[in-house]
Design a protein around this ligand. Sequence first.
Ligand SMILES: [Mn+2]
Length: 326
Amino acid sequence: MLENFTAELNKEDLNILKDRLQKAQSILIFTHQNPDTDAIGSTMALARHLSHEGKEYKIFLPKPLIERFFYLKEQAVIINEKELERETPDLIVGLDCSNLDWSGAEEIFKQKKAAGIFFINIDHHPNSSYADINIVDKGRPSTSLILYNIFKVWGTTIDDKMATQILAGVVADTNGFINGATNTEAYLAAGELMERGARYNYIMKKFEKNDHSSWFRLWSRLLSRLTRNDKIKLAYSVVLPEDVEDGEAAVLDGATNFLSNLSEMRMAMILKEDKDGEIRVSMRSIDGQINVAEIANWFGGGGHVKSAGFAIRGRLEREGNYWQIV
Ligand SMILES: [Mn+2]
């Protein structure tokens, strides 16, 4: 059914990827920092494939996996930055990560590149092509779907758990099949993955995040702080450290998606201050004219034309009707 989608992938790159995965004695997988569902879903789907193949691999995550993603995880060795420094894998695969400074361990990865370790990059963001082989397609709804198409070309076994990992990435990156990334491929692949046993209802339940009792308190604060700059048509609000119990990226993305419903504005932005003195900024282009990926890249972040983010050090302070970073 989806041959037309797999046709867009460069077969030569896929052969090199297959060959490298087969020959590697040790593989390291990484994704972007503050990983979202597509980052974890695609990472775990590749991990599951490697387990089926009897390959040895480790996964780098700058922070421990949060509870919301437990249903996607594999029994893999997960290493932190300190442990990453000591690793000397034959092959490093990055998933859903647009450039190395978004990995959470830029310097270490650059050292490994300089040491001659082979890098492969699989992603659907505007991407810096940091690797030796770059399997990047900006038109794809999710990185997990690129991986799915690679697996189909290879004839890889896709069991129900792997189908769930892949579909979770699609559901999250299409915001439940409603945002601009939603296309025919997303729907067709979702149907195929459900036939393969993906737990669609469970993914949707996890995705809706209605189980947070702190959710309403957060939303009421967010809306009370909603600020509009009518001159540049920017709507923004802020999340302070005391508003959220855990540092879930979902809070940020959900809120920015909500603000992007303000159709008379050109751009929506949420600034979220973390307890460790970092401010994470999530942006959406409402009119599609402002390229928020360019703004994010300028601040060392990443993302898409219509949806992007970055992080800076600082604190948020109210100044009259406005908020400023101090
Ligand atoms: Mn993604």
